[in-house]
Design a protein around this ligand. Structure first.
Ligand SMILES: Nc1ncnc2c1ncn2[C@@H]1O[C@H](COP(=O)(O)OP(=O)(O)OP(=O)(O)O)[C@@H](O)[C@H]1O
Ligand SMILES: [Mg+2]
Length: 449
């Protein structure tokens, strides 16, 4: 077994490129050059040199390290090398002027498990109580390895309060069972399949598929998105990397989907993210949202935009599909079109249904206001409960600022939508101005109660 394990680890480490913490920190800070736009550009340019995005090679000879098997597996420190945890210096765009005090950086779930995992053990295998994904109603994962196969059977059962307190220890068991099941029978050579157990597909986009996964080593649930196409050209890879680099640069914000890690595998980009419950996608059978509900969405996504714009970044694909919900909190996701506000990076606009006229005319002078228009269009779609048109007279009327009356909704609310959808970007409010609108006072009061 030891030989197998060592070989397996050698392969695995070869894929993830273990770089000592210090080394990675210094490379992050090297990337942190003074000029904000060149900082982002540097990140793009450094694709070939950034250890986070390396898929192999410059790896110390891991196979030579003589480590006791058990300690090896239980040692979170070893597995959760900087490659595995949220980047050490996520806030690469600090000089973009965003307010550090607003950041709610959660601690890495892996690190939190370390000590207790070593202290106790129990037979029932439960998921991590400190998982970023576990809520009050959430699940335990009972994992049984069917002998003779490498299949891991996962049953989801409700959690009681007492059970949740006892969950800690079992993580090593989750990790061990899942880990060995991969070594013993699985293909085991892909980082995705080695590190994660794929549970179900939870979304598809134009270019990607998204899966709910269990990370074997920490027993936490995550979402992993990967491109459906192989990205052969450097230019394609670079474009795909814009998404992860924007996420990494932004760091943590309650209303932005959390980012953990990313890597290339089989020329596809994999992105490990915080798992959310669902998106606000509107289809023909959707129910329209109440005004109170959309005001919550509007307020929370305006907070996300205020933060993003403060970092000098535009999202450019704000729409219900890209707004996720987790435990009642709305989060902006899918940074595939993110770019810099100062136009120093290529601009690829998002879904045309939510784009203002100026973008269709290739005028990119007010990219922050593009996001405001898209948010207005998204909110309008949620309130009317049916998909926005892709073309035709309704499509053009919306871009001319002609918003149909919304019976049953307050004039105050309709006026906000109207100004967000103003054809002149300068007339649209900034995210900050939106947040200061008295319409949100009621929400704030409810929050205080
Ligand atoms: N972190 C997540 N948690 C839960 N569901 C997610 C998560 N990320 C993505 N999804 C689901 O997967 C869908 C597709 O993801 P995403 O929008 O990122 O893919 P895409 O290929 O970039 O999409 P697009 O078609 O907008 O370009 C989302 O609409 C959402 O339903
Ligand atoms: Mg999307």
């Amino acid at each position: 077994m030891k030989g197998t394990l060592a070989r397996h680890l050698q392969v695995q480490m070869g894929q993830i490129s273990v770089i000592p913490l210090q080394c990675q920190q210094s490379s992050s800070s090297t990337a942190a050059v003074s000029n904000s736009s060149s900082r982002f550009q540097n990140l793009l340019d450094s694709e070939g040199s950034d250890p986070q995005f390396h898929s192999s090679t410059e790896n110390p000879s891991i196979g030579d390290v003589d480590v006791d098997e058990k300690d090896f597996i239980l040692s979170q420190d070893f597995f959760c090398t900087p490659d595995y945890i949220t980047p050490v210096d996520q806030n690469l765009l600090n000089s973009f002027g965003h307010n550090k005090e607003n950041m709610l950086c959660p601690e890495s779930p892996e690190k939190l498990n370390t000590i207790k995992t070593k202290k106790r053990r129990q037979d029932v295998i439960l998921a991590n109580p400190l998982s970023p994904t576990l809520s009050d109603q959430q699940q335990n994962l009972e994992i049984a390895n069917t002998s003779g196969t490498d299949e891991v059977k996962i049953e989801i059962t409700p959690v009681t309060g007492t059970q949740r307190c006892q969950n800690y220890v079992s993580q090593s068991a989750v990790a061990l069972r899942c880990f060995f099941s991969t070594i013993v029978g699985g293909d085991g050579l892909s980082r995705y399949h080695t590190d994660f157990h794929e549970m179900q597909q939870i979304g598809t986009g134009n270019f990607s598929r998204v899966f709910k996964v269990l990370k074997r080593i920490d027993g936490c649930l995550y979402a992993v998105k990967h491109s459906t196409r192989q990205l052969h050209q450097d230019a394609e890879k670079r474009k795909a990397l814009m998404e992860v680099q924007a996420l990494a640069a932004l760091g943590c914000h309650e209303n932005i989907v959390g980012y953990y890690s990313s890597w290339f595998e089989n020329e596809q980009l994999y992105i490990q993210m915080e798992l959310c419950d669902c998106s606000l996608s509107i289809n023909k059978s959707s129910k329209s949202f109440t005004e109170d509900k959309v005001l919550e969405v509007l307020h929370q996504i305006a907070k996300a935009l205020h933060f993003i714009h403060g970092c000098g970044i535009a999202h450019l694909d704000v729409k219900p599909d890209n707004i996720y919900v987790k435990n009642g909190v709305y989060k902006l996701g899918d940074f595939g079109c993110a770019t810099l506000l100062n136009q120093s990076l290529p601009i690829e606009e998002g879904d045309a249904r939510y784009m203002p006229q100026e973008i269709l005319n290739e005028n990119y002078n007010h990219l922050d206001k593009v996001d405001i228009f898209s948010l207005g269009a998204a909110i309008y779609e949620l309130i009317r409960g049916s998909p926005l048109p892709k073309s035709g007279s309704q499509f053009f009327s919306l871009r001319e600022g002609k918003l149909p009356l919304l019976p049953g909704h307050s004039l105050h609310f309709q006026n906000i939508l109207k100004v967000m959808l103003d054809p002149d970007p300068v007339q649209r409010p900034s995210a900050k101005e939106l947040l200061e609108n008295p319409i949100f006072d009621k929400l704030q009061r409810n929050l205080r109660i």
